[in-house]
Design a protein around this ligand. Sequence first.
Ligand code: SF4
Length: 465
Amino acid sequence: MSLNALLISTYEMGRQPFGLASPAAWLRQAGVDVRCLDLSIDPLDTEVIRAADLVAFYVPMHMGTRMAVPIIEQVHRINPQAHLCCYGLYAPVSKDYLRRLGVDTVLGGEFETGLVSLAQRLSNSGNGTANHEEAAINWQPEPLISVDRQDFLVPNRAGLPDLGRYANLITGDGQHLNVGYTEASRGCKHLCKHCPVVPVYEGRFRIVQHEVVLADIRQQVTGGAQHITFGDPDFLNGPGHAMPVVAALHQEFPNLTYDVTIKVEHLLKHRQHLKTLKETGCLFITSAVESFDNRILTIFDKNHTRASFETALNLCREIDLALVPTFVAFTPWTTIAGYRDFLAQIIRLGLVDQVSPIQCAIRLLIPPGSWLLAMPEAENLVEGLDEAKLSYVWRNPDPRVDALQADLEYLVQSCAAQQIPRREVFRRIWERTHQEIGDPAGNVPFPNLPPSSRFVPYLTEPWYC
Ligand code: SF4
């Protein structure tokens, strides 16, 4: 196939993008000449853009999509003849906005097959699409969202920056380990109302074949990986697939460590697997706990409670497996009392060293297509869509909550820039919270925390978005 394709990623939380390496393998196998550009590491290469017939942007997350917008406009100016495509989780829900920017083809869900189809279409028609307006009006033959099962190829990581240039893992003895990234599945079988996976996969998940996952890990270990992050939205959606993967990983690489993301409900339901995770090298489990407020957990349809999270935390602690919770600390339903309680629970549960400070300032994103929009609880709180921000505007009924969130986000970012330790950042969050709500910190002194009993390894890119 005579076609030059350029795959671009803008930001994937400090990971070498699976979303470039996987389609690169498919397109190269189809005979396409593929270049990959990770703009989180390397600059935009004007010559490569000029040479491309197809420029495809990987948009798996909110921040990466927003960062892609000015690049799409720039690429359009540099090479107006190139066919532009966006693929990944955020592409179909933002399709109208992306098409107005000049994007011709939008692919969501299992996108590799669609990208190969697009490349074949362009190759057959003499490459590129000069008439973007026509492309935007005409129906694209590839489905906007596909959840068809795919026979994956081993991701082709040729041309991507070395792993050493991405986020590291900080270990207890102060080492910085190179981190690889792979996916053993995509999508999710759950339907949490606030989750961006849901509008695309609608309760389905798709596995990456066992031997492909292993081969991808193998090539990343050869490339210097000392730790692997599994990016599956939930690693235990299919334990019959996931557990043999980590058993094989450990058998082949006994010193390799890894981390996974697992929801509270699965930590309880599949508790029999926790020990195996620990024994096969799992260093920590990230879990989207979101809130300690049972009302908010019900609105989100998380299928766990404050109490069940505590049970899951204790199960992990019993086997010395670190559980790293993430939160959506600020929502339209967050109250001042609820936020104070949230901070108090982090202290009570001994989580100050395990929670990245940014988690205390995260504000709920309601992207286009969010299932939250249909919830009666959201009816009077959510305003119109801010297309450029790829999010619906909402305000908390108590303006002090929104003001506190903005202030804490700034505080956390300033502390990150100065590399202030987590405990000190948390103390400042506590004090600022009590000052802002007219409750001087002197009246609610920050408690003396016991010395940390165990260091929890963490990645140097703490954003979850
Ligand atoms: S929040 Fe997690 S468990 Fe819920 S739908 Fe999203 S990926 Fe699945």
